[in-house]
Structures are given as C-alpha cells and as structure tokens.
Design a protein around this ligand. Structure first.
Ligand code: HAM
Length: 412
C-alpha cells in the first residue's frame, strides 16, 4: 500500500544505482519455470521438498513459481550463453510455502546480483562488499557479515560423512525433526534452531579442517580482500546456508535489530556447478540476494530509510469550471512538476483539505477573480504565504518555490 510501496520502489532504485555503478545489468527472469530448474536447489532442502508452489498446467507441464532467482538466472545463462563475465542484478517476488510469521512470508521480494564465469577470489570480495555497502548506504548500522567456506564438492562430501558419523553417534539426543533431516542431509541438521539440538550441534566437527588447499587459499584471499577495503566480517564455520548448490565462499548478512529467528537480511555464495547441472558448460558463479521485506523491517527497527514525504509540487484548486486546472496541470506536468488537482467542482474548503492530505507543497487557486483576470493565487502550504501572479508565470514561480525540474517532453 502507499506510501510503503513508494519506499519499496526507492529501495530497489538505490540498489540498482549501487550495483549498476559496478557494471551489473538488469535481468528480468520469468516468475515460473519448469519444476526441474528449481529441483537443482537440492532434494534435501526445505525449499524443494516442502515449500515449492508447484502445479500442472493445462498443457500437462509441471511448473513451479520461483522460490528464488539464482536457478532461473543460471537456466537463462545455459540457454542463451552470453559472453562471460556476465554480471546481472534483479528484483522481484519469490514464493515459498513457509509457516508465515513476522519477517517470513509466502510471497516475499528480493534484490540480488549474480556473476557467471569468474573464479577470482577478488570477485567474491566485490560481490560481498556490494551487499555490505548497500546496507550502509540505506543507513543500517546493526548488520553483521558472517562468512564461511564450504570447500569444493570433494571437501563437502568428506565433511558431510564426518558430520553424519558424528550425528549418528548422538542420535538419541536429537529431536525427531533433526533425525529425519539427518537421513536426507546431515548439513541441514546444523540449521536446526531447536534448543534440544543445540548442544549436539555445538560439539559437531566444523568444515575448516576438511577444506582442500585450493579452497583454503581462496578463502584466505577473500578474507584478506575484505579486510583491505575495510569491510568487517565474522568467520562462522557453522554457516551452511539453506540451499544445496553452494561451494567455497558462503556469506550471510544478519541484523541485530531483528529477532534471532528471522534475522538474516541477505545471503549468498559461490555455486560453481549449478550452470552445468542445468545443461550449460562448467561455469563458476557467485551472487547474493537481499530480502526486501525483512530489510525494511530492520530499517523500521533502526529508524532509517524512512518514507519520504512531499511528493506533490502543486495542487490546483479550480472552483470555477475545472478547465483552467486541466490546462495548467497538463502544461506544468510537461514542464517537469508533480501536479495533482481537485475534481467534481468541490468547494474551496474541501479542495484545500485534499491539497493538504496530498502533502502538496503549494496550492494554486483559481477563483472567480483569478479566472476573470487570467491569474492564479499560489499559496505555500508550509509557510501560508501567498501571491497572485499571471497564469503564464506559474511555471517560473513554482521553480523558485520547489526547485527547478527536468521537463517531460516527448522524445523527438
Ligand atoms: P536465501 O538465503 O534463501 O538465499 O534468501 C535470501 C534472503 O531472502 C534471506 O536472507 C531473507 O532476507 C530473504 N528471505 C528468504 N525467505 C524469505 C521469506 N519466506 N520471507 C521473507 N524473506 C525471505 C537465496 O534465495 C539465494 N538465491 C541467494 C543467492 C544468490 N545465492 C547466490 N546467489
């Protein structure tokens, strides 16, 4: 609803400006795909096994609403084979059949970036820093960056079997839910937020000792790069993330201003292997997505990035026949101003109220005298000062009150 929707759009445009400054181009993936595209997110993840909005369409295709954007971006890459490095950004809705609660919704929005075709650890640094700097730019100060490496697929496999062995040993102390998760994927047990699982999880082996030399060196370069540009981070070896495609660098931005159950305002990582899974050539990839709904909740909690007011430059009140309001609003809009007007021949008092409600900076009044003389009375609604001028001078006068504007002329 307005005015929240206006803030939402401003959020996306600040994000676009931040990432376009680094050479990312906008991509608009489809809202739904053939379900196989999303099954690549991992058959042991909640997103795939429990949360997919899927259906069979009239042509017998098994379709799913997208639960995230990364798989669609990789599908588009595999299909169209653009030149690498391919740097894209997106914004849009996602759908997950979750237990809805504050900060967790079944339809939620993300903004994010993906880069395909680059192995360099300095790209990880660029991507992670872009997300971090965006949070700083909108004014959030209580965000922490958590960082980890999941190693390469061989490393992950060795770690997963060590974890499985460990959890099997402590099976009796795990919740029923965690026991089921263990059957499917021991890594996911680390995500359990249940108090009863916590002590077992705290004693579990961590990934660091399973990393290959290459993965260790890569992670070292990422940490050094972030330090060099002054982006603070905390290494968290328990950070495994909720999707299965991650390799090597993984990260999450968490907000201390939100309650701990739903405090991740964004996350991402490398997913070397996903493009290949989707039928493309072996291509490294990395990206992140930030939750728009949740980040705005964090903004509310920190009282930053508030709604801007005073969008309307002038509200035209024509109590004669509405025709002068028609011509003046048309020409002022073309001259670049934001202009609204009253309708239905309402009284001066009721149109004045409407101007106030609209948050207009000025009211432009056309009464019988003004109509007769070709003038208008401009009232500054903040100071209550008013002046009567020729209608032909209105644009010039408005510019002195609200600032000059770029005309909206048709392009030639
Ligand atoms: P994700 O961690 O599933 O990652 O989601 C990223 C962010 O989206 C979360 O940190 C959270 O802020 C928001 N989010 C997720 N689910 C919900 C929900 N149900 N309600 C509200 N907000 C939610 C991904 O989606 C990956 N595609 C990120 C990525 C991009 N990795 C590589 N590239």
């Amino acid at each position: 609803m307005p005015p929240e929707a206006r803030r939402w759009r401003r959020f996306t445009s600040v994000f676009a400006d931040s990432v376009e400054a680094a050479g990312y181009e906008c991509i608009i993936p489809p809202m739904f795909e053939e379900i196989g595209v999303f099954q690549r997110l991992g058959d042991a993840t909640d997103v795939v096994t429990k949360e997919m909005y899927d259906f069979v369409d009239k042509g017998d295709r098994h379709i799913a609403l997208r639960p995230e954007h990364t798989a669609s971006v990789c599908r588009a890459f595999a299909e169209h084979r653009p030149v690498v490095p391919w740097k894209v950004w997106y914004s849009g809705s996602n759908f997950r059949y979750e237990k809805a609660q504050a900060g967790r919704y079944r339809q939620f929005d993300q903004v994010g970036v993906e880069v395909l075709g680059v192995d360099d650890a300095l790209l990880d640094v660029e991507v992670i820093a872009l997300g971090w700097e965006f949070f700083q730019r909108i004014g959030l100060r209580k965000v922490t960056l958590l960082l980890n490496s999941l190693g390469d697929s061989g490393d992950r496999e060795r770690y997963v079997s060590a974890l499985r062995a460990y959890f099997e040993q402590h099976r009796d102390s795990l919740s029923d839910e965690a026991k089921l998760t263990l059957e499917r994927n021991p890594l996911r047990v680390l995500d359990s937020k249940r108090e009863s699982d916590r002590s077992v999880i705290d004693g579990a082996p961590t990934i660091a000792s399973f990393l290959s030399d290459d993965a260790t060196a890569h992670f070292g370069q990422v940490c050094a790069g972030l330090t060099a540009i002054g982006v603070p981070f905390v290494v968290n070896e328990r950070l495994v993330r909720g999707l299965d495609y991650y390799r090597r660098t993984t990260f999450e931005y968490v907000s201390e201003a939100l309650s701990s159950a739903q405090n991740a305002v964004g996350g991402g990582g490398r997913y070397d292997g996903l493009v290949e899974d989707l039928g493309g050539p072996a291509t490294p990839g990395i990206g992140f997505a930030l939750g728009v709904d949740r980040t705005l909740l964090a903004c509310d909690a920190e009282e930053v990035f508030s709604e801007s007011t005073g969008l309307i430059d002038a509200f035209i009140i024509d109590v004669v026949d509405g025709q002068t309001a028609l011509s003046l609003s048309t020409s002022l809009r073309l001259a670049g101003f934001v202009v609204d007007r009253g309708f239905d021949g309402r009284s001066m008092k009721s149109q004045m109220k409407a101007a106030d409600r609209a948050g207009a900076r000025c009211a432009v009044i056309i009464g019988a005298d003004e109509h007769e003389a070709g003038t208008c009375t401009v009232r500054n609604l903040a100071t209550s000062e008013q002046i009567t001028i020729q209608q032909s001078e209105l644009a010039t006068h408005l510019a002195t009150v609200v600032g000059s504007r770029t005309p909206r002329r048709p392009s030639s």
